[in-house]
Write a protein that binds this ligand. Structure first.
Ligand code: URA
Length: 214
């Protein structure tokens, strides 16, 4: 890690964490130009949830609906996430839900905007916002949804397939775990979908148990 990098709960280097409150961070992210993704996107999609949340869920990047509404996980993946949270008796309103990337990356095909994965440079440029959110919130429990978030938190060699559901210490006071991304479940072949969804619910029940939810 370069000497200038600051210490964060993330495995990857962040060279600067913007100062200010969470609200100030959100405002600053609204005019972020650190990578080219802001231009075609409708708006920045920052995290949402109470500033006092003890639990942070981190997804990958906003999709079409999130880009239009300016909120994370409000499209099809968000609906599946809501269903899984309910099955695990977790109240989404008590959680802080965010993404690794704050802008929708897509390819326009006629009227359809097809999701494209952010590249390494775009991920690096965006990391300061997630690092800033975690620095302000100081959560006890962090859940990474899918490979992009998991590798940002736990390191480039992390495999969700091999290591999902296992809790690890993060920094001095937090713990983290990774599980399936709801979009991966929606895209999974029919024969795997039920099982992956059940595993997501199991992992979220593990989160609820750690958080002391009855
Ligand atoms: N997928 C994500 O990773 N995040 C969202 O907000 C929506 C879909």
């Amino acid at each position: 890690m370069p000497a200038s990098a600051v210490v964060t709960l993330l495995s990857k280097p962040v060279h600067e964490i913007p100062s200010g409150s969470l609200a100030e961070l959100r405002r600053a992210a609204g005019s972020c130009r650190a990578c080219p993704l802001w231009k075609p996107a409708t708006q920045t999609v920052f995290g949402a949830g109470p500033e006092k949340a003890h639990i942070v869920l981190i997804g990958e990047q906003p999709g079409d609906q999130e880009d239009r509404q300016g909120l994370p996980f409000v499209g099809p993946a968000g609906r599946l996430l809501d269903q899984a949270l309910e099955a695990a008796r977790l109240d989404r309103a008590a959680l802080y839900v965010t993404n690794t990337m704050k802008h929708f990356k897509f390819e326009q095909r006629g009227k359809v905007r097809l999701h494209k994965r952010a590249n390494a440079a775009e991920q690096a440029a965006c990391r300061m916002w997630l690092a800033g959110e975690l620095a302000r919130l100081q959560p006890d429990l962090i859940v990474a949804l899918g490979a992009m978030a998991a590798q940002t938190v736990f390191g480039a060699t992390f495999s969700v397939t091999r290591e999902r559901g296992r809790w690890r210490r993060l920094g001095e006071a937090a713990q983290g775990m990774a599980t399936w991304h709801p979009s991966a479940i929606l895209r999974a072949p029919e024969e795997n979908r039920k099982q992956q969804y059940a595993e997501l619910v199991t992992d979220l029940r593990g989160l609820a148990a750690r958080a002391g939810v009855r």
